[in-house]
Design a protein around this ligand. Structure first.
Ligand code: IMP
Length: 500
C-alpha cells in the first residue's frame, strides 16, 4: 500500500504571523532584505546575493530582457525564459549585460552615407533620438559623429541626403576615454552641459554611451544588483536536454546564474546536468535545481551539488498539474519540509543552500509568509507578468486593462523540455498550464516598492530587521475557515460596492 503522510498538504492562506516584541531597532529604514542566492560554506559569504528576495519566473510571459534590466535595477534577479532558441535567449542575456549601469552599448547606429530617411525611421522605431554614425554601422565601429532629432527639421530637409550632412562630426563632440569611471563620465557631462557622452577606445572605436538621464536613474536605484563591472546581474533558465549547447552560449553572453526549469526536479537528469557543469566549469557556473517538494528531493539535489534549490509543484497560478496528473503538494507544507532539510544539511555539512519558494504567491503577504517559513527568496510569475516590463501583451477588456499570462506547460508556450519525460521531441502531449489574463498593474518599480514596504513593516512587527533573524524569530499559527473571514473587512457595507 502507498505510504500516506501524516500531515495535510497546506498552503500560504492557512497561516498567519504572530507579532513579536518590536524593539527600537525595528523601523523599516533599518530592515535589510539582502539574501543569499547561491550556496556558501559556514563563515563565508555567497558569491551572489539579492537586495530584495524576489526573482522572476522562467516564463515567456514574464522574463525577457526588459524585465532583466528593471528587476536588477530594483535589487532582484530575472531568469530569462528558456523556451526559445539558444541564440535568442543568449541575445537577451547579452542585452541585459550590455546595459552596464550607466555605460550603455549604443543600439541606434548607422554607417556613413546612410540616407537621412533611414535615420528618421530608426528613431521612430526605437524611440531613441540620438543615433551614432560609425564606419561600419555597428555599435563598436570607428566613431564618426552623432545626429539627434534636433539636427534636422524633417519638413525642410531632403530625406535622401546622407546623414553625414547633418551629423555633428567627431571633432566637435566631447568624448570620454575607455576605462573612465562612471563618476568621471558624469563629471564631464555636467561640466560640458551635454546629455550624452560617447566613450571611445584608443583606436577611435565606439565603446559605450553615458547618458545624463541614466545618472539620475542610478541615483534613484541604490539597490541595483550589479556585477564587478557595474553590469546588471541576470539569470537564465536551462533544460536537461540541450544544456551542452545552451549553457556555453549563455556563459558566453555573460549570464550570472542559471537554473534548471522543470516541473519535477527530483530526477537523474538534473544530477547529470550538474555533473556536466562541474566537469566543464567547476564552481564558476552557478546552477539552481528543482522543483522539489520534500526532504528527499532536497537532499538528492543538494548532494548532486546544486547552488540553490527551488520548491513547488502544482501551486502556480496558471498551473493545472495537480488536476491533470494528481501530483504536487501545498506550497506551505512543501516549503517547510524542505527548509527543515536545508537546516539539517547545513548543520551536518556546514553548507547553506538557499531555498527559493516558486509559485502560488498571490498576495504580497504570501511573500512575507514564505520568508517566515524559511525561504531565502521567492520566484514569481503572475506577480511580475502584470507589469509594463513583462513581454506579454496589454489588452483592454470590458473597460479594464489586462495583461496576457500563460503557463509554460500550455499549448501556447509549448515548453516541451520542461515537462517531457523522454517522448517525442517538440511534442507536448497534454497541457499542464493555461492561457489567461491578469489585471495590468503599471510599472514594476511602483509596485515593488509597495511590496517591499509591506515586507519590511511586517518584519518589524515580528521584531526582525534581517531575513536571517526573521527565519529564527517568526511564529506562525494555522487559521480556521471562520478566522479567515475575520481577516478581511467584514460586517460593514464597503463604500466602493455601494457606489457600483
Ligand atoms: P505563479 O507565480 O503562481 O504564477 O507561478 C509561477 C510558477 O509556476 C513558475 O515559476 C513555474 O514554476 C510554474 N509554472 C510555469 N508554467 C507552468 C505551467 O504551465 N504549469 C504548471 N506550472 C507552471
Amino acid at each position: 500500500m502507498a505510504k500516506v503522510l501524516d500531515d495535510i498538504s497546506r498552503t500560504f492562506n492557512e497561516y498567519l504571523l504572530l507579532p513579536n516584541l518590536t524593539d527600537e531597532r525595528c523601523i523599516p529604514e533599518n530592515v535589510s532584505l539582502r539574501t543569499p542566492l547561491v550556496k556558501f560554506e559556514k563563515g563565508e559569504s555567497p558569491k551572489y546575493e539579492a537586495n530584495v528576495p524576489m526573482v522572476s519566473a522562467i516564463m515567456q510571459a514574464v522574463s525577457g530582457e526588459e524585465m532583466g534590466i528593471a528587476l536588477a535595477r530594483e535589487g532582484g534577479v530575472c531568469f530569462i525564459y528558456e523556451s526559445q532558441s539558444i541564440e535568442s535567449q543568449a541575445e537577451m542575456v547579452r542585452r541585459v549585460k550590455q546595459k552596464k549601469a550607466g555605460f550603455i552599448r549604443s543600439d541606434s547606429n548607422v554607417k556613413s552615407g546612410t540616407p537621412l530617411r533611414e535615420v528618421v525611421e530608426l528613431v521612430k522605431r526605437t524611440g531613441h533620438s540620438t543615433v551614432m554614425i560609425t564606419k561600419d554601422g555597428t555599435a563598436t565601429g570607428k566613431f564618426l559623429g552623432l545626429v539627434t532629432d534636433k539636427d534636422y527639421r524633417i519638413s525642410r530637409v531632403d530625406l535622401d541626403d546622407p546623414v553625414d550632412k547633418y551629423m555633428v562630426p567627431k571633432k566637435k563632440i566631447i568624448c570620454g576615454k575607455s576605462g573612465i569611471t562612471l563618476t568621471e563620465a558624469n563629471d564631464m557631462i555636467w561640466e560640458h552641459k551635454i546629455s550624452c557622452l560617447p566613450i571611445l577606445a584608443d583606436n577611435g572605436n565606439l565603446e559605450y554611451l553615458v547618458f545624463r538621464k541614466d545618472y539620475e536613474n542610478d541615483k534613484n536605484n541604490p539597490l541595483s544588483l550589479l556585477d564587478d563591472n557595474k553590469r546588471y546581474i541576470v539569470g537564465a533558465g536551462i533544460n536537461t536536454r540541450d544544456y551542452k549547447e545552451r549553457i556555453p552560449a549563455l556563459v558566453d553572453a555573460g549570464v550570472d546564474l542559471i537554473c534548471m526549469d522543470s516541473s519535477d526536479g527530483f530526477s537523474i537528469w538534473q544530477k547529470n546536468t550538474i555533473d556536466w557543469v562541474r566537469q566543464n566549469y567547476g564552481d564558476s557556473v552557478k546552477i539552481g535545481a528543482g522543483n522539489v517538494v520534500d526532504k528527499d528531493g532536497f537532499n538528492y539535489l543538494a548532494d548532486a551539488g546544486a547552488d540553490f534549490i527551488k520548491v513547488g509543484v502544482g501551486g502556480g497560478s496558471i498551473c493545472i498539474t495537480r488536476e491533470t496528473k494528481g501530483i504536487g503538494r501545498g506550497q506551505a507544507s512543501a516549503l517547510m519540509d524542505v527548509v527543515k532539510a536545508r537546516d539539517e544539511y547545513f548543520k551536518k555539512n556546514g553548507v547553506y543552500i538557499p531555498i527559493c519558494s516558486d509559485g502560488g504567491i498571490v498576495h504580497d503577504y504570501h511573500i512575507i509568509l514564505a520568508l517566515a517559513m524559511g525561504a531565502d527568496f521567492v520566484m514569481m510569475g503572475r506577480y511580475f507578468a502584470r507589469f509594463d516590463e513583462s513581454p506579454s501583451r496589454k489588452v483592454k477588456r470590458n473597460g479594464s486593462f489586462l495583461k496576457e499570462y500563460w503557463g509554460e506547460g500550455s499549448n501556447r508556450a509549448r515548453n516541451w523540455q520542461r515537462y517531457d519525460l523522454g517522448g517525442d521531441k517538440d511534442k507536448l502531449s497534454f497541457e499542464e498550464g493555461v492561457d489567461s489574463y491578469i489585471p495590468y498593474a503599471g510599472p514594476l518599480k511602483d509596485n515593488l516598492t509597495i511590496t517591499v514596504n509591506k515586507i519590511k513593516s511586517t518584519m518589524c512587527n515580528c521584531g526582525s530587521i534581517t531575513i536571517k533573524e526573521f527565519h529564527k524569530k517568526a511564529r506562525l499559527t494555522l487559521v480556521s475557515n471562520i478566522s479567515i473571514k475575520e481577516g478581511s473587512a467584514h460586517d460593514v457595507i464597503l463604500k466602493e460596492i455601494e457606489n457600483n
